[in-house]
Design a protein around this ligand. Structure first.
Ligand code: ZN
Length: 142
């Protein structure tokens, strides 16, 4: 079994979605694979930062809502079509400029836009899976 097998399970492990045997298997691998152990620590750090972020009362700087809405309005304006990805990037950049960076334990920081980007990516994946599952069900003969 190679590391990619275990990398896929690290998120499930953190979510507590692995069975007893799978946990034992992963923990055994982590005990001798520093790469996967580091991956687990990193994913755990990000999850912790996200959880802490959700609990924080973030005071939005003056003009924040206006700037976000301006970015959204720009996207909607007819005659100025932009790629969805570009709009997301611009919005994330605006958020990044506005919110700055999230402090992590150990004195490191990560940009807020990265966290939001991962969230968007996870959401897109979840939506994609949902669609595929629905389509598969519709195609099945009765
Ligand atoms: Zn490994």
């Amino acid at each position: 079994m190679d590391c990619s097998y275990f990398r896929e399970r690290i998120n499930l492990y953190i979510d507590g979605e692995l069975g007893y045997l799978e946990v034992a298997e992963l923990q055994q691998h982590l005990s001798f694979c520093p790469d996967c152990a580091a991956e687990l620590a990193q994913v755990g750090e990000v999850r912790g930062a996200l959880a802490a972020w959700g609990r924080l009362e973030l005071a939005t700087p003056p003009g924040f809502a206006e700037r976000v809405m301006a970015a959204v309005e720009l996207e909607r304006a007819p005659g100025s079509p932009r790629a969805f990805g570009q709009a997301v990037n611009d919005t994330l950049q605006t958020l990044d400029d506005t919110l700055g960076r999230i402090p992590l334990p150990g004195g490191r920081t990560i940009p807020v836009k990265n966290v939001i980007g991962w969230g968007l990516a996870a959401g897109a994946v979840a939506v994609g899976f949902g669609r595929r599952r629905r389509r598969t069900r519709e195609l099945k003969p009765l």
